[in-house]
Design a protein around this ligand. Sequence first.
Ligand code: CAA
Length: 263
Amino acid sequence: LMSSQYTNIIVAKPEPSVSLITLNRPKALNALSSPLFEELNKALKDADTDDSIGAIVLTGSEKAFAAGADIKEMQDKTYAEVFKNRFLEDWGQLAKIRKPIIAAVSGYALGGGCELALMCDIILASPTAKFGQPEINLGVIPGGGGSQRLASLIGKSRTMELVLTGRNISAQEAADWGMISRVVGEGEGQVIKEAIEMAKTIASKSQIAVQAGKEVVNAAYELTLAEGLRFERRIFHGCFATNDQKEGMAAFSEKRKAEFTNS
Ligand code: CAA
């Protein structure tokens, strides 16, 4: 797929170092169909291997980041089909991307849309954002990681409430619960603007250090504390093998701005 061949997403470069991926199925509130996810995975992989890109912003529309997995695509599937075809397993590819992914969320982030945001590294939300796991209303449960990621982020009681009642929460509630970084100021496009600014800042650092930082933070959600601390220290030690560590520390000592070469 060439980027011009995408029909469910739009890929742009708002800054030379930032890839902006916009989910673009407005008529279905960006419902995450299989073709959409295929395109998303391809675009993310391209951004990950493009040396000029330092960070990725993922966004939707003003009305919906994404209203969930595509219910019309799912409704007639049988157990045998979803089991044999490993339905939704390919969503996990997003978590293997090395470069940071910032979700810029406006409007509905429901079901798979909430889970997609949770798979990203940083979530910024506009005051209009609404998060929720309404799968219970469809006779199912979250299938894109929501139950697991929410439980480790916001705790058992709040996760149970979301998953068992299907109630939506506001951007502010999501921020108060520690699900997202923060709610940005009002105004159309503000959340995307701030996400691009943040991505640009991240892209200006040593990309080796950035990707190492992402890897160790993510390890905290998988490893025991002892294993995680050991892993972090090893990766920290590994940074001393890079030119960027020499440059970063020399620049500090010489009171000048570091010129990272990602080497
Ligand atoms: N799948 C497929 N189509 C969807 C969709 C979805 N998840 N969400 C919205 N749409 C479609 C609607 O069917 C509608 O299409 P038509 O115009 O052809 O009828 C169009 O998008 C606009 O939606 P509404 O008319 O419903 O818009 P609204 O403003 O009245 O309501 C909403 C917005 C509250 C988000 C409502 O659309 C809604 O409840 N959507 C479903 C939310 C949901 O249940 N998500 C979970 C899906 S299951 C899942 O994600 C499983 C998993 O864990 C991976």
